[in-house]
Design a protein around this ligand. Sequence first.
Ligand code: FAD
Length: 496
Amino acid sequence: MSSPLVQTVVVLGGGSAGLMAALTLKRRIPHLQIRVVRSPDIGIIGVGEGTTAAFPKHFFEYLRLKPQQFYTEAEPTWKLGIKFLWGPKREFYYTFAYEYQHRFPELSRNSGFFYTPETQYAGPISALMAHDKVFPRRADGLPHFHNSHAFHIENHKLVKWLEKVCREFGVEIQDATVRPELGPEGITRLIPENGPPIVGDLYVDASGFRSELLGRALDEPFMSYTDALFCDRAIIGGWSRTDEPIHPYTIAETMDAGWCWQIEHESWINRGYVYCSNFISDDAAREELVRKNPKISNEPRLVKFRSGRYQRFWVKNVVGIGNSAGFVEPLEATALQVICVEASTLADSLVDSLCAPNPSLIKLYNDYNVQAWDDIRDFLAVHYKFNTRLDTPFWRACRSDTQLHNAEFLVEFYRENGPSVVAGAQLLHQSNSFGMDGYLAMLIGQCVPHAKPYSPAPQEQKIWHERLNTWAVEARRAMDVKQALEAIRRPGMKWG
Ligand SMILES: Cc1cc2nc3c(=O)[nH]c(=O)nc-3n(C[C@H](O)[C@H](O)[C@H](O)COP(=O)(O)OP(=O)(O)OC[C@H]3O[C@@H](n4cnc5c(N)ncnc54)[C@H](O)[C@@H]3O)c2cc1C
């Protein structure tokens, strides 16, 4: 039996997931007819402000969009990683670069073995972060962009930019609150309160936590992550920037019953406390957030969530993308990255199947995306299991009860062998988005003990310290976020 041909796609939801899915499909398969349906009454979640390095790759390499329009409309600032106030060290840096596994020819092992609790950074990108700098300065005064950057973007500006680009490429956007009708092959049509039914060959469910099609209509089972990730709420506030420097990183700070992000926008600083309601009340969480951030000027807003994913994402003629497919807290700001992966694998599946996807392709799509979600759960679990910074009931429970799932053996290997490069190739599959370097940043950063500490001979010590000094000198000469923003706004800026 031949697979049905996909010619029209209906995307339910106009948040970042729906618009990113619509844009990705339209850009990759221009002949597809794509309509986004979004409810003006329900609105969008309106949070989601940090990205990973997958975001620029998706938009500027995979979709080949022009960065200039993005910078003008979405007004991002740059993020090189996360500064963790976590574990016994005062701070450590997680980057999107390859630093701990890097092996210099003149040293006997990779950098992870040379990093000590006193070391502030492990490579040029973490050195930039430690000096509050973002890009090296070119001779012409412009920033020398490197590939290890992501963005901080205010959610409403991102959505506005996405909407504009979607329309430019021919995506239709319709305002309507709809309910689905179900048949044996999946969704038959979406019924708006007013107006004719909306029909497609494929329905992308990007309806956020409501999961109208995948969760509610098709009743796909939800797989909870609560044995690894205990938090279920966030309270969010912020204040207008005055003279604070614009940090080129997100801060993740340990709190009594969870952790707090600090996200840097050009004129707004966004703080959010992610916590577990079994360990702290909403009022107490609000009080802790405001006490530790007395500059908060707005009324903090509460968001409830559950961590987990649906068993499958592509079921019959429905593909769930974004919060309607799954959710984990933004400790590594992975939601937009997951949307990029989901949208690009869907587009590639349709391209390769000549828009007639068959069951084996759909199974592969599901397996691939299940792995991407579970990888995030496992990586975040390592953040909770080993954070010894506070001795509160919440953190004691995290250290004793967090399940590491597929990261269990990797951690055991680390405990026995330290930051060995042998691990990278063997312990993680190729598409793991954090890679061994991400795991090493968290294990070394949190000072998880291992059985093979290395004491370099004086000659090697000297070479390593020369490296650290070189990175520090280069970082001091580099540009901060404010200078880089000014430079790209100067007339004559040439975008590569
Ligand atoms: C506290 C918190 C912090 C976060 N921080 C980050 C972060 O730093 N980085 C990151 O990448 N992500 C973050 N996220 C996640 C991020 O917000 C979302 O993953 C992302 O914005 C995608 O949301 P969405 O489009 O799936 O859902 P939504 O924005 O909720 O959009 C749902 C859409 O569906 C529509 N809809 C629903 N039902 C109907 C209906 N019946 N009829 C018509 N339309 C309907 C709505 O109108 C809306 O347009 C965070 C999330 C939370 C909760």
